[in-house]
Design a protein around this ligand. Structure first.
Ligand code: FAD
Length: 445
């Protein structure tokens, strides 16, 4: 115990890495000797593999996330945005949504703040939607339904075509799964918009590389392309995006695709918090040793997407939830060991495989060298992530919702967050023009 007080472990981020590190530490250290603190801007953690279904409405948004507090017994939780880490003073500075400031000294610090969507590579990327958080899924759903509403009312054929064109940039796991879910979502939406035909709706997937799913083998990439094409997605490999403008994507050779919806899923960039720290880095991630310690900063550890943790071959582990979860367990052991004056052990994990859902009850799974495709792979995907979801109550809710979705029509409700006069509210998250009672709603496009 430093100076007779409890040893303080401060964990930053409520994703897979942060929450599971806190959970494992919670049961491992003596709360009378060690104080564990978790800080995150969300008081839940997101099951990212379920984000696609939350976006399409197959799953209620709340059921794709898990509240943090019931998972933690002794851990103190601060619901706040981390603004700065003072590595010299060993102190974290955070601020709540209401503006309350917290200064949290630490003996051990765990960086688990993940990464953000990379908007550096494509000029104009700020005009595209992203698909990484629960707010992204809500925005995506509202945006697609709004595009259908506009197209239904449009009198100009060019505007109608633009509203009904959806472009996804990036053909990795997230882009491919999003397109699969999107094609299914669109098919279901069409039942509520009888004046719009399937032929009018275009879902376009643009992939700079020569094939889809570079995370899986070539055969899987080809299968994904075939399935998506069959579902009505236009797949274009070897097609990099040069520039994005509002309602337009510029391709090489002067080609343009007019689209009211562009979603960016082409790589990750460092979290700004981590980018602002003077720490060693490997390809935008904080460099650690095999035990997840940051060199030159005793007591500082990094985990999950924001960390480059070398495996036995020296290569950093991939940025996947299946790794972050397991790293968390080893990290909790390591922190507990160091507090007890023992040596930490390296994280070693042999990846089991990768799975992806492709929409319309089809999927692809590559597990221990065996590749399964079609319905069986989709079923395995769903079952696996259902079991990965913590808590029996959540599992049952998800199962019920999936069952209901099989038999009933998808609803086309777009929940905006404006007030009774149509003005954006603080919950809307974006400033907007205000209007007086009786005034028409200001045009947004
Ligand atoms: C749509 C999607 C689908 C995916 N599907 C799969 C899959 O099927 N299988 C798989 O293995 N992986 C999947 N992944 C990858 C997986 O989600 C990540 O590898 C995993 O989430 C990494 O966990 P993490 O804890 O490192 O970071 P994150 O889960 O990103 O968590 C970081 C946390 O830190 C918080 N945070 C960041 N900055 C601050 C700040 N300044 N203040 C306060 N809080 C902050 C964030 O709000 C977030 O809660 C998917 C990712 C996406 C986006």
């Amino acid at each position: 115990m430093p100076d007779g007080r409890r040893t303080r472990v401060v964990i930053l981020g409520t994703g897979f890495g942060g929450v599971y590190t806190a959970d494992h530490l919670d049961g491992r250290v003596d709360p009378a000797k060690v104080e564990v603190i978790l800080v995150g801007r969300d008081n839940f953690f997101l099951m990212t593999p379920l984000l696609f279904e939350a976006g399409s409405g197959d799953l209620e948004f709340r059921h794709a996330v898990n509240p943090v507090r019931p998972l933690l017994r002794h851990t103190r939780f601060y619901n706040a945005t981390i603004e700065h880490v003072d590595l010299a003073a060993k102190e974290v500075h955070a601020r709540s949504a209401a503006g309350d400031r917290y200064s949290l000294p630490y003996d051990h610090l765990v960086l688990a703040v993940g990464q953000i969507t990379d908007k550096r590579r494509i000029p104009g990327a700020e005009h595209a939607l992203t698909f990484k958080t629960i707010v992204d899924a809500i925005t995506f759903r509202n945006h697609v339904i709004e595009a259908f509403e506009r197209a239904d009312a449009a009198t100009d054929p060019a505007a109608r075509a633009r509203d009904l064109t959806f472009v996804v940039v990036g053909g990795g796991l997230v882009g491919v799964e999003l397109c699969g879910e999107m094609s299914e979502f669109v098919d279901r939406l069409l039942r509520a918009y009888p004046r719009i035909t399937r032929k009018e709706v275009r879902v376009v997937l643009l992939q700079r590389g020569p094939r889809l799913l570079p995370e899986l083998n070539e055969k899987s990439g080809r299968y994904a392309e075939k399935r998506l094409t069959k579902s009505g997605v236009t797949v274009r490999t070897g097609t990099g995006v040069e520039r994005i403008e509002p309602d337009r994507v510029h391709l090489p050779g002067g080609e343009e695709v007019e689209a009211a919806t562009v979603i960016l899923s082409a790589g990750l960039a460092p979290n700004p918090l981590v980018a602002g720290l003077d720490l060693p880095r490997t390809r935008d991630r904080v460099t650690t040793d095999g035990c997840m310690r940051v060199a030159g900063h005793p007591g500082v550890w990094a985990i999950g997407d924001c960390a480059a943790i070398p495996g036995p071959d020296g290569q950093p582990y991939p940025t996947l939830a299946q790794h972050a979860l397991r790293e968390a367990k080893q990290l909790a052991k390591n922190i507990a060991a160091v507090i007890d004056g023992k040596e930490p052990a390296p994280f070693v994990y042999q990846m089991l495989g990768t799975m992806a859902a492709l929409g319309h009850y089809r999927g692809i799974a590559s597990v221990k060298g065996i590749t399964v495709r079609g319905f069986l792979a989709w079923w395995a995907w769903r079952t696996y992530y259902l079991f990965q979801t913590p808590g029996l109550g959540r599992k049952v809710r998800i199962l019920l919702e999936w069952t209901v979705a099989l038999f009933f029509r998808q609803d086309v409700v777009k929940i905006g967050l404006s007030d009774e006069l149509g003005n954006p509210t603080p919950a809307d998250g974006k400033p907007g023009p205000t209007k007086a009672p009786g005034e028409p709603t200001p045009a947004t496009r």
